[in-house]
Design a protein around this ligand. Sequence first.
Ligand code: 0O2
Length: 247
Amino acid sequence: MDKLRIDNIAQLKALKKELTRFLISYKFALDEMNTRINILSQEFQYIHDYNPIEHVKSRLKSPESILRKVYAKGCELSLAAIKENIHDIAGIRITCSFVSDVYKVSELLQQQRDLKVIKIKDYIKEPKPNGYRSLHLVVEIPVFMSDRADNVCVEVQIRTIAMDFWASLEHKIYYKYGGQVPQQLLAELKEAAEQAAQLDAKMEYISQEVDKIKKNNTEPELAEILIADERFFIPPEFIRLRLNSDN
Ligand code: 0O2
């Protein structure tokens, strides 16, 4: 009896170690991806004076959630099968201001030589029947550990602020009703998704118009200071003061 208990504990310890090893590689993959996204974001801000990325969130799927997906997909219950079939154990969500930014960020990630694109689902060009919009990439990123190198899948969801707002509310409603959302609410959600898409299109148009005006504007860009992502304009009086004192 005692022997059995000790064996069970030993097995549990081994399982815990195996699961930790498995999940930690996804955590490292998230760290790697977050660094790359952060670099893109900062480089854009400092060099191109514009940042297509509004904010970034990442999460590791919980073991319970992984198990639920394993059963829902009818996938075999082994770590190898889970690695092969469940692609969103590591997930990153990038929120952008405009739809064009969503595609720009997606392109920049796809251009990274050591990232292998496994799957692309464009729910912006082809929204889901409920109205859900977002661009999903599944990429494989190399992770180097002390005793091994592993290629690990990360699901990257890229969407606009409006799409994100809609998806968070829809997600909450879906869980609140345990998946059985009343028909009326579903119709309203779908209508809200269409309105959000129209808002995205309008905002993109306005932004392009502003860009055109900016390009034609002769005011020197030198008259601004960027500190911790905040832009401060230097009033012309200061510039004149300085120029006069130099003469
Ligand atoms: P959670 O809680 O976000 O993790 P596949 O493996 O490609 O065959 P899968 O995984 O369903 O099938 O892929 P898909 O369609 O790309 O969806 C993956 C994730 O996108 C979901 O993860 C959601 O985060 C999000 N998503 C997809 N459809 C919807 C939707 O209709 N509404 C909302 N709010 N989010 C959606 P999870 O695991 O479902 O959930």
